[in-house]
Design a protein around this ligand. Sequence first.
Ligand code: FAD
Length: 315
Amino acid sequence: MKSYDVIVVGAGPAGLTAGANASFRGLSSLILEKYDFPGGLPVLLYPDKIIKDHPGFPVGVLGKELSRMLFMQAKNAGAEIRCGEEVLKIERKEGNHIEVKTTQDIYRARRVIICTGIFNVPRKIEALKDTNSPKIHYKVEHPEVFKDKRTIIVGGGDNAFDTAAQISDITKDITILVKDKYAKAKENTVKLVEGLGIKILYNTEITGVLNDEAGEIEKVETTNRETGEKNILSADELFVSIGFEPVRAFLQNNGFEMLDDGSLKVDKNLQTNIQGVFAAGDVIGEVRLIVTACAEGIIAAIHSFETIKKPYWLH
Ligand SMILES: Cc1cc2nc3c(=O)[nH]c(=O)nc-3n(C[C@H](O)[C@H](O)[C@H](O)COP(=O)(O)OP(=O)(O)OC[C@H]3O[C@@H](n4cnc5c(N)ncnc54)[C@H](O)[C@@H]3O)c2cc1C
């Protein structure tokens, strides 16, 4: 069985930074990623978005580029990174080590850092949950699918508004449906979108779909949540960005204490209820950003290092 000082679960921003910083401190580290590629959400969900709020990039940086740089940094630091290998079980064993079982192998670690993120599955609109149409998009992989299309964007957050701005010059027209009275997106993004002439309907949600003869979505029925008024809107393409379902099963099945919002409970050193198992990033985050995920990855790596090199029972 292969042994490492630190095994990191997940190769998103938190995991890549945790692995890099464990390696910088001379610990042998292995990062395990269930997808065939590293990078986490920035490469999975918004590879071509220009991230504007990450420190150190005055004109922004593409999601895929930032992920690539984090990956290269972890690799150059000496971390071993294995993709396409999902972690299934984490178990503390007699003799003060932790066993990590994956889809391919079983490893032994002195410390584990969980960086699985929490949002892997996009939340679906109730009225569309049984519809499996290619016209419904949960991420923008190829912006050209919206070219010359009447596009409806559902969601009031940054991603919905950023996406509207991103595809505004190629679509036929865009309508954003925001279920609340206000959008949660940053004020300057909302102003930018308004300035582009994009229609925003507040208090509005999709309550039904109308299909064409071929059984494809042609129109949607919307309802104003305040007045109850119904409307029919033509829709060539729909982009839905209303959040993500928390992935609880993996953590619960491994005996981790969770908070009500589905995140992992940790102490001030980012240690979970299982001794020697730390966590970082969205999986614990109150503020869920790349920079905080990276910072927590560093904190978890430092505490892993300190507890290996200076165990508390020697103090
Ligand atoms: C649409 C959208 C836009 C965003 N825009 C911004 C932005 O502009 N700026 C910003 O700072 N933040 C943004 N964020 C937030 C940012 O993406 C996250 O805060 C960040 O990715 C969290 O990093 P993480 O490493 O904790 O988790 P993730 O990026 O989710 O990475 C977790 C990784 O763990 C892997 N994994 C999960 N379970 C297992 C397992 N059992 N075994 C092995 N691997 C596993 C996953 O496949 C994934 O690769 C955005 C988020 C979304 C959804």
